[in-house]
Ligand binder design. Structure first.
Ligand SMILES: Nc1ncnc2c1ncn2[C@@H]1O[C@H](COP(=O)(O)OP(=O)(O)OP(=O)(O)O)[C@@H](O)[C@H]1O
Length: 279
């Protein structure tokens, strides 16, 4: 009641609490953007990384990783000593039968889970030594994820889905439009930006998921069977997009697959059998 009375007394020219909050948000957005405007008034480039990427650095360095799950009284030893590396710009594939441990490993490469034993270094830093917050921020800024089941927001258009990852990564608002358009054009969906997921084919949805996963310019893209739900033609389209983004976006891709035909394009294939790599 007190609030209603106050509203009634408000002068028409005065700002209501909601409008004031909106104004404040607009000011904050403008301030955030201003941080990225150079002195001559031109839009600044994409926010620079604190530590620039060096071509031959190890993005991922996995050493002696094991993962055991406790299910009831039983211990399931899923990963049994994994060693691998991923460098900038590489396409690395994890191949193996269902249940061999590929997804378990991929989750750990993205900091979603931690090893029971061994260590994973991301750009030289051990993921195990990081706080939950640092892992979350790194995931949001430096890593992109693609899952089998496209993981798009069903009520948002392709454009809005891609925009979301820029919002999540705190990319300044004035850079969004050009980047979203660029990413959707890159995956061949420049003319489908307003479509919602249910108005697109499986292959198109997966391509939106790729655009979404790379929009914030991550260093590493982790993809769990990105072609599993697609027919061979659509799978080939997705792999074509991957090949293209390796060159144009300077990103490394680590993906799991069952499909022998797409292994040929990999820079390196790790074959997993029962929680270990065989050479
Ligand atoms: N949280 C968990 N608790 C217990 N067991 C688990 C857990 N996560 C995975 N596993 C077991 O680990 C094994 C490997 O699973 P994972 O999903 O990594 O295999 P995958 O190679 O990715 O299989 P697919 O190709 O079918 O996706 C499976 O036997 C699975 O049941």
């Amino acid at each position: 009641m007190k609030w209603l009375r106050k509203r009634k007394q408000t002068d028409p020219g005065e700002t209501t609490p909601v409008l004031a909050a909106n104004e404040q948000k607009k000011k904050k957005d403008a301030q955030d953007e201003a941080e990225y405007i150079e002195e001559d008034g031109q839009s600044a480039a994409w926010p620079a990384r604190a530590v620039p990427v060096v071509t031959d650095e190890l993005l991922l360095d996995v050493r002696g990783v094991e993962r055991t799950f406790q299910t009831g009284s039983e211990k399931v030893h899923v990963l049994k000593g994994i060693d691998m590396v991923v460098r900038p710009g590489q396409l690395v594939m994890l191949k193996g039968r269902s249940g061999s441990g590929k997804t378990t490993l991929l989750n750990m490469l993205g900091g979603l889970d931690l090893p029971t034993k061994g260590e994973i270094f991301f750009r030289g830093d051990s993921l195990s030594s990081w706080s939950d917050n640092k892992r979350t921020v790194t995931r949001r800024n430096d890593i992109g994820f693609i899952f089998q089941a496209f993981a798009l927001m069903p009520l948002l258009s392709a454009y809005e889905n891609v925009e979301l990852s820029l919002r999540m990564a705190n990319i300044p608002r004035h850079l969004w439009k050009a980047r979203v358009q660029h990413c959707l054009e890159l995956v061949g969906l420049g003319k489908r930006m307003k479509h919602r997921p249910y108005e697109m084919s499986g292959g198109e949805q997966q391509r939106v998921a790729i655009a979404k996963a790379i929009a914030h310019k991550p260093l590493l893209l982790l993809a769990d069977e990105p072609t599993a739900e697609l027919d061979s033609q659509m799978g080939a389209q997705v792999m074509g997009v991957f090949r293209q983004i390796l060159h144009t976006e300077n990103i490394a891709i680590c993906m799991t697959t069952h499909d022998p035909t797409i292994l040929e394009v990999a820079d390196h294939v790790y074959e997993m059998v029962d929680g270990k790599f065989i050479s």
